[in-house]
Each structure stands twice: as C-alpha cells, then as structure tokens.
Design a protein around this ligand. Structure first.
Ligand code: FMN
Length: 172
C-alpha cells in the first residue's frame, strides 16, 4: 500500500517537476521507539499505535535530479544551483505541497492520515536523516482510525469548523 500511495502522490504537480519531497515510512518497533523521543507528548500515543508514520522531508539538493525530471530544460539545474534563495523557496513550497498530496493519496485509498508538526525536527533529522542532507518537514500517521474504539471511550467530537467561503475567499 505504501508503494500505491507513493505512485498516486508522485503525480501531483511541482514547479519544474522538481519533486523535492522525500519520504521515510517508519514501520518497525525499533523505528517507532526512536521516533517516540522526538514527539510532543500529545502526539505519542497516536503515533505509537499507528501502523506507519511517514516523515515528510525535503531534499535541498533536489535540483541535482532535474536532468532526469525536467529534460525539456537542460539548464534547469543551474537555475537553482546559481540561486540558493530560489532553490530554498522552491524546495519548501513544493515539498510541502507533496506532503499534502500524500495526505490526499492516503485518504483516497480509504486509509486515514493524521498530519503532525508537534515534534523536534532537529532530533528527527539526526535520528533518521543523517547523511542524506534531507530535512524533516512534518509527520503523517497512516492507518485505519479506530473510530468505534475511540467513540466507546468518549463521544467523538465533531469536525472542527472551517471558515466560510466569504471569510476565506475574495472574488476580484
Ligand atoms: C501540518 C499539520 C500539522 C499538524 N500538527 C498536529 C499535531 O502535531 N498534533 C495533532 O494532534 N494534530 C495536528 N494536526 C491536525 C490538525 O490539528 C487538524 O487537521 C485540524 O485541527 C482539523 O481537524 P479536522 O480535520 O479533524 O477537522 C496537524 C495538521 C497539519 C496539516
């Protein structure tokens, strides 16, 4: 299923097809134990009980793959190599988008996705990403939520409200 999730999310668009996100799927008991020490207290229980936690990371050297990913512009690597600010902006925007595509892909396949930014990024980078140059952005718990079990313990709260169209959108 992780392969299926990736094969769906990879089709989401990124600028110059840069595809700067990288994903570490933490599945094993050892991996979960390592992750636990970097989590905010409120995120520990759900992360320990999820079958998989994805570390959504960013590869700041994403442009090295542009000869493969964006062959229509043979000099695309140099646009970013010569402009670190553009490279950083592009990496952050597109890797975060790809994290969103991951959430949508997970849900489209009938699974539940629980994104989290409550964790120590530097610690996760040290524990899971050493030697790669990648940087963690956020985490996503993946699995089937135990709604019946949760509802038996305490009534499930409704979804949080959202801003209305008029509050969040303008027509020009
Ligand atoms: C980037 C991101 C980070 C989040 N971080 C956390 C987190 O650390 N812990 C948590 O319990 N929920 C976290 N959430 C979940 C949000 O709080 C939740 O999606 C929001 O309150 C809406 O809830 P609903 O979709 O159930 O209505 C995060 C969501 C996103 C997209």
């Amino acid at each position: 299923m992780l392969q299926e999730i990736y094969d769906l999310l990879k089709w989401g668009p990124t600028s110059a097809n840069s595809s700067p996100a990288r994903f570490v799927f933490v599945r094993t008991a050892e991996g979960k134990a390592k992750l636990k020490e970097a989590l905010s207290p409120g995120n520990i229980e759900k992360t320990m009980s999820a079958p998989v936690t994805a570390i959504v990371a960013t590869d700041p050297a994403f442009h090295d793959r542009l000869p493969l990913l964006y062959p229509r512009a043979p000099d695309a690597r140099d646009w970013f190599a010569a402009n670190p600010a553009l490279a950083e902006d592009t990496a952050v925007r597109n890797a975060t988008l790809q994290g969103g595509y991951l959430i949508l892909a997970v849900r489209a396949l009938g699974l539940d996705a629980g994104p989290m930014s409550g964790f120590d990024r530097a610690r996760v980078d040290e524990l899971f990403l050493a030697g790669t140059g990648w940087r963690s952005n956020f985490l996503v718990n993946i699995g089937y939520a135990d709604r019946a079990g949760a509802a038996a313990a305490a009534p499930l709260p409704p979804r949080d409200p959202r801003l209305s169209f008029d509050e969040a959108c303008r027509l020009e």
